[in-house]
Design a protein. Structure first.
Length: 389
């Protein structure tokens, strides 16, 4: 069908219909229109200006290249997208009973590997592919090494973050529980608190925001308020607790916790990433946008978003997720052009975040249903790159 792209849309529809051996009456019945409607479209006397109807036509006519059929130039889907087997590999590694440590080795190489995977998760434009390819083997290797509890905790914490973002919350909870247990065995209170932050985040997403807030606040209360790294982790815990409180409809407590995190960020005076807990003035601003949106204060969320210097956020994937939040806010105001712009910015920052982030895909599905001719080509292109069409 790509060779027909220079033809008018009506002519492309007619050719596709004839190739399938369908009459105008049958095609009309399949799409809920009359044969006269089909005739007028094929002759170019009637435009087809609804995106949903265009997509239905492409489906019914079984065209091999819907973008060309619709007359939209769209890039191919991202070839770096991870196949399902990579996700299954991580799940299988987690569900396999941990091996008993039986060897003592120099952990420098293992630590370097884990640091590199964390860096990929934060900074690679393809964080899911690279992390899923490398993390399962490392977790398996660490399970056989004596005295590697700190590395086991950090690896499982990363596994929890990946699975949480992919929407596999039961597996994410298992990973976060193992992370907390290993961190506790290691005797590092900061590592344990950082793992509890991930555990609380998972609990909140599983529908237990009250419990999430409680575990985060208990962990935060054990940290040293005079140490910079402790302040970073403590601030991250307060932000997670604030979002959990708002999710539990306790908006007053959520605002108070956000204020506590804001005061901690002022003390720090910079954006930091100790123990992979991105926290600082910019991180607080980003969470404030999310919290305002969750509270239904859309205008406030967008005003706050205008003040965020995204380039100061110390992780590519977190910058991308902020743009997705902005797109969700614009969706609440039915601003389709701004929704597309925010999603394109998110994609430019981290293409795989758009492909796998459930919030981004929800916004994109919303756009596909709006049938806005001004942004149709961009939306279709983005939908194909994310695998929605």
């Amino acid at each position: 069908m790509a060779s027909d792209i220079e033809l008018p849309l009506g002519r492309r529809i007619e050719l596709a219909r004839r190739r399938r051996g369908l009459s105008r009456e049958i095609l009309g019945d399949l799409i809920g229109r009359s044969s006269e409607w089909v005739r007028q479209v094929e002759r170019g006397d009637r435009p087809v200006d609804r995106l949903s109807l265009l997509l239905l036509l492409a489906k019914v006519l079984k065209v091999s290249d819907p973008p060309s059929f619709l007359g939209c130039a769209m890039p191919k889907a991202d070839p770096a997208a991870p196949p399902p087997g990579l996700v299954e590999s991580l799940r299988d590694t987690l569900y396999r009973p941990p091996a008993a440590p039986r060897r003592s080795v120099d952990q420098l190489e293992l630590r370097t590997r884990l640091d590199d995977i964390w860096t990929d998760w934060h900074e690679s434009p393809h964080p899911y592919s690279t992390t899923l390819q490398r993390l399962p083997a490392l977790i398996s290797a660490l399970s056989t090494v004596e005295g590697s509890d700190d590395l086991i905790a950090n690896a499982h914490r990363l596994a929890s973050a990946v699975l949480r973002r992919l929407g596999d919350l039961p597996a994410a909870l298992l990973a976060s529980e193992r992370a907390v247990a290993a961190a506790r065995r290691s005797g590092d209170p900061l590592a344990e608190a950082a793992c509890i932050d991930g555990f609380g985040n998972t609990l909140a997403r599983l529908g237990s925001p009250a419990q999430a807030r409680q575990v985060c606040l208990i962990a935060a209360s054990t940290l040293d308020a005079d140490d910079v790294a402790h302040l970073c982790v403590q601030g991250a815990l307060h932000l997670t607790a604030a979002e959990a409180a708002v999710a539990d409809d306790d908006h007053l407590v959520g605002e108070r916790l956000l204020d506590r995190a804001r005061a901690t960020a002022v003390r720090l005076g910079e954006d930091r990433n100790d123990y992979s807990c991105a926290f600082g003035p910019t991180g607080v601003q980003i969470h404030a946008v999310r919290i305002s949106l969750r509270q239904g204060r859309v205008r406030q969320a967008l005003r706050l978003a205008e003040t965020v210097d995204v380039q100061r956020v110390p992780a590519r994937e977190r910058r991308s997720r902020h743009y997705i939040t902005v797109a969700r806010a614009h969706a609440r105001q039915d601003n389709t052009a701004a929704m597309v712009l925010a999603l394109l910015k998110a994609e430019d920052m981290c293409p795989e975040e758009i492909r796998y982030n459930r919030e981004a895909r929800a916004v994109l599905r919303d756009l596909l249903q709006r049938d806005d001719a001004l942004i149709r080509t961009d939306v279709l292109a983005l939908a194909q790159r994310t695998g929605l069409t």
